[in-house]
Design a binder for this molecule. Structure first.
Ligand SMILES: *[C@@H]1O[C@H](CO)[C@@H](O)[C@H](O)[C@H]1NC(C)=O
Ligand SMILES: *[C@@H]1O[C@H](CO)[C@@H](O)[C@H](O)[C@H]1NC(C)=O
Ligand SMILES: *[C@@H]1O[C@H](CO)[C@@H](O)[C@H](O)[C@H]1NC(C)=O
Ligand SMILES: *[C@@H]1O[C@H](CO)[C@@H](O)[C@H](O)[C@H]1NC(C)=O
Ligand SMILES: *[C@@H]1O[C@H](CO)[C@@H](O)[C@H](O)[C@H]1NC(C)=O
Ligand SMILES: *[C@@H]1O[C@H](CO)[C@@H](O)[C@H](O)[C@H]1NC(C)=O
Length: 474
């Protein structure tokens, strides 16, 4: 059983625990990683427990980015600390991506859970790990590095009411008819109990599928990269108790929402303006995302309550983020991700825990490749030569209590990249665009705030985000 700091101090004062053990004491961490959650369509504003327990009690990193706006490549970068052009995991399915590609690139022997265990941590994971991690390949090999794991498996990962979970080395179990996020919550609380009862510090990841769209796959999806056509996406499915919430909510009507003039390059500039029926249907899709997030919000409350009951809340970091962002209607796009716009790459990151300033906003430029180095640093593990990222200064605003809201440059850029398809996931114009390949640089300094991208189509694009204008396409 881990004891609160005050208890250990008392015990050490009476000589029951020596100074060395006290010195070795390290914090726990719980990482809640959602799927496709936006920062730019106000999803966080609809999560009261997130605000109460995380934003008000911790620091929000307003300039946190994913480096590739697609689930599997983004998650592989996150868990290895390396950009996708270095992991070579650039897609959701083989041959360029998915769990088999993660394994064949050697990352099952070189990734964060293993490094955390080497640093003396007990590691637990429940929820979605990677794409193409399936009811057939889950044991060839098992993901390494976890003391306890219970994974959502394809092809059922995105079916909110018909999931298959696979625990430790057991066979997959179908949860037909049960609500995905609620099944996940039970599993998360079980691991938390195990973690608290064990002798070491722990790292628990909770990775719900919300607010991803509900997806039903065709049989050949995993063997055929062209079969991206053969999936049926619909809006996410909320838990029954949440399905009538937010009936007036609509996608924020920002200047780039369904504009009169086309914008962007390549396939985006060819999109037609959406008619009112289409916009209404997409607003409903938006509401269902907010509703599906409510069961995730409840998990935040459930985790905090359990940590508090065990008297370890103040010794535990809680990180909250999403693998990539999402767009609905901006630049006339149907619901989806995979693009380099802020909606897709600038994602939530909120951290609370020992020494993290409460209710503050950091403007440091950070990315998902920084998370593995950050977690390892907190665990007192060594950094690795092959990391593309570096530790985020999560305590930066706590040192002297001054300078909040100022710009504290640490790093000014994020490299963003993408290879291949963009998928429209809404009800209208559900299709695949194949020419969605680009490299981009997002650069934010005191006097500049730009996004520059180069496309495989030969197009270039420069935006100045300080003046909200699109500078040029050539
Ligand atoms: C990346 O993966 C592709 C597809 O398997 C392969 O053809 C290519 O050689 C790999 N590149 C590197 C640098 O490993
Ligand atoms: C967790 O796994 C590590 C590495 O295998 C092991 O050293 C440690 O004892 C395990 N913890 C528990 C509670 O079994
Ligand atoms: C739910 O998944 C199981 C496999 O785990 C499958 O046999 C069954 O047909 C699915 N049910 C529905 C309603 O899709
Ligand atoms: C599908 O994969 C093959 C290699 O197996 C590749 O040559 C082809 O370009 C891919 N198709 C698309 C549309 O990405
Ligand atoms: C609105 O747009 C959608 C998608 O292009 C189209 O299928 C539908 O027929 C249009 N509806 C009206 C009323 O024009
Ligand atoms: C992709 O872009 C190239 C170059 O602009 C063009 O020749 C090709 O037709 C495009 N392919 C698709 C599938 O749109």
């Amino acid at each position: 059983m881990l004891m609160p700091v005050t208890a250990i101090l008392l015990l050490s004062q009476v000589g029951m625990i020596d100074g060395a053990r006290l010195h070795q004491r390290r914090p726990n961490a719980v990482f809640i990683l959602t799927d496709d959650q936006d920062l730019h369509m106000d999803s966080l504003a609809y999560m009261p427990y997130l605000r109460k327990h995380l934003a008000d009690q911790g620091t929000t990193f307003a300039r946190h980015y994913c480096t590739i706006a697609l689930c599997c490549p983004s998650r592989v970068s996150l868990w290895t600390g390396r950009a996708a052009h270095n992991t070579n995991v650039t897609d959701v399915n083989p041959p360029y991506g998915g769990y088999p590609k993660f394994v064949s690139q050697g990352f099952n022997e070189a990734w964060l859970p293993l490094w955390l265990q080497e640093a003396g941590y007990n590691t637990y994971y429940t929820g979605k790990l990677f794409n193409a991690h399936t009811v057939s390949n889950y044991d060839s090999p098992f993901p390494s590095g976890f003391n306890g794991s219970d994974f959502l498996l394809d092809p059922f990962t995105y079916e909110y009411l018909n999931t298959s979970f696979q625990r430790n080395h057991d066979a997959p179990v179908s949860h037909e008819g049960e609500y995905s996020t609620d099944v996940l919550a039970r599993k998360a609380y079980g691991f938390l109990e195990d973690a608290i009862a064990a002798e070491r510090p722990f790292f628990l990841t909770i990775a719900p599928v919300a607010p991803h769209s509900n997806v039903v796959f065709s049989e050949d999806w995993f063997s055929n990269n062209e079969s991206v056509h053969n999936i049926k996406t619909t809006s996410p499915i909320p838990a029954k108790r949440h399905e009538h919430l937010f009936s007036d909510a609509v996608v924020p009507r920002t200047p780039n929402f369904n504009p009169d003039q086309p914008s962007g390059v390549s396939w985006i500039s060819a999109l037609p303006k959406q008619n009112q029926t289409n916009v209404d249907v997409n607003d409903l899709f938006y509401r269902n995302r907010l509703r599906a997030l409510q069961a995730v919000d409840e998990i935040i409350d459930g985790v905090v309550a359990r940590l508090s009951d065990a008297q370890i809340l103040e010794d535990t970091y809680i990180f909250y983020s999403s693998d990539n962002g999402y767009h609905i209607g901006q630049h006339r796009m149907q619901p989806g991700k995979e693009c380099g716009f802020e909606t897709d790459i600038n994602v939530p990151l909120i951290v609370r825990g020992p020494g993290v300033a409460k209710g503050q906003v950091s403007h440091d430029v950070t990315s998902h490749t920084d998370l593995a180095p950050t977690f390892l640093t907190l665990a007192h593990g060594g950094l690795r030569e092959d990391f593309d990222g570096s530790p985020i200064d999560i305590h930066c605003h706590s040192k002297d209590g001054t300078g909040f809201g100022d710009f504290h440059p640490r790093k000014e850029h994020v490299n963003v990249e993408y290879w291949g398809f963009a998928l429209s996931e809404g009800e209208y114009d559900q299709k695949v665009f194949w020419n969605n390949t680009y490299k981009a640089l997002r650069l934010i300094g005191e006097d500049y705030n730009v996004y520059y991208s180069v496309w495989c189509s030969g197009e270039h694009q420069l935006y100045d985000l300080n003046v909200r204008i699109f500078v040029c396409t050539c």
